[in-house]
Design a binder for this molecule. Structure first.
Ligand code: BJW
Length: 245
């Protein structure tokens, strides 16, 4: 895989880099993406039947069980070379922010530290009524389990369509995008707002935009560099070419 030498020069001189990741970065860990028509998580469902508060209220058992099966599958997954290369990149850059739409926690497990989770985390559970994170509950077979404080239904601590992103995370991500010199968009179809707007906000402030995705996306024509390859292949080579072993 060829890395443009000009991109390597830009990265060597950069101080502030922001990276936005999506489901594609975890694909090589065996975690299905969302919008792949054959293997994607939504291939048999419509997103609005699973990833909205309305869907949860209509069929809480179905939604809880869908997330429970994803959690179980995730417990077998490991960070891949793409995650590891991003963790290494952080060590070379004084101002590095990793903004992820993923809820799988694999960036943390790969060693990344300055991570902003825009869409929550699958491992956490919160009360549907109170919105508070719940660590422990009575496992008496009720699905979904109930909040120990108010008896309300528990739900995964992820952001569904129509829900607000965690305000502090979004603020921090917006600032990092507007202040960076280089912005990477990696493994995301770039169709879900407000995350999809981050590269455009970065570009408006003069950042160099780099996309890593085997497929064309709405961002591709706006990117300064488009690396059409899997993240687990492109990122380790990019890091090695830029900073050596
Ligand atoms: C590889 C690869 C490899 C494969 N290497 N790459 C403005 C305009 C229009 C609509 C809206 C708007 N603003 C808001 C909206 C509504 C809505 C929205 O965006 N809708 C659009 C879809 C039309 N947004 C919202 O509702 C958001 N909330 C909001 O804006 O609230 C405002 C508000 C204000 C005040 C009060 C109340 C509300 C919330 C969005 C939440 C998204 N949640 C989900 C589910 C999370 C939980 C879960 O996991 O179940 O997040 S949806 C799903 O999509 C998930 C993802 O994080 C997100 C993005 O998907 P991603 O990561 O891009 O995955 P894919 O599958 O789409 O793409 C994978 C890519 O990888 C592909 O391109 C492949 O080619 C590539 N790939 N292998 C590199 N090896």
């Amino acid at each position: 895989m060829e890395i443009p030498p000009h991109l390597v020069d830009i990265l060597r001189k950069a101080r502030r880099v922001a990276v936005l990741t999506g489901a594609g970065v975890s694909a090589e860990s065996g975690v299905p993406t969302f919008r792949d028509t054959l293997t994607g998580l939504w291939s048999q469902y419509r997103p609005e039947d699973l990833a909205t508060p309305q869907a949860f209220l209509k069929d809480p058992r179905k939604v809880w069980e869908w997330y429970a099966s994803r959690r179980e599958r995730l417990s077998l997954a490991q960070p891949n070379p793409g995650h590891l290369a991003l963790a290494e990149m952080e060590g070379h850059l004084p101002g590095f922010t990793l903004i992820t739409q993923n809820v799988d926690g694999l960036h943390w497990r790969a060693g990344s530290r300055n991570v902003i989770e825009l869409h929550g985390n699958l491992a956490r559970v919160k009360c549907f009524q109170e919105g508070t994170v719940v660590e422990q509950w009575l496992d008496d077979g009720t699905i979904p389990p109930r909040c120990p404080s108010c008896g309300g239904m528990l739900r995964p601590d992820v952001v569904w369509f129509g829900e607000k992103l965690p305000p502090e995370a979004l603020q921090h991500a917006t600032r990092a995008s507007q202040e960076c010199q280089v912005f990477f968009s990696i493994g995301t179809s770039g169709v879900v707002e407000p995350a999809a707007s981050l590269p455009y906000w970065a570009s408006e402030r003069g950042a160099v935009i780099v996309e890593v995705n085997p497929e064309h996306t709405p961002l591709t024509p706006h990117a300064d560099f488009a690396l059409h390859a899997p993240a687990g292949e492109a990122l380790p080579i990019l890091v090695k070419r830029t900073w050596g072993l």
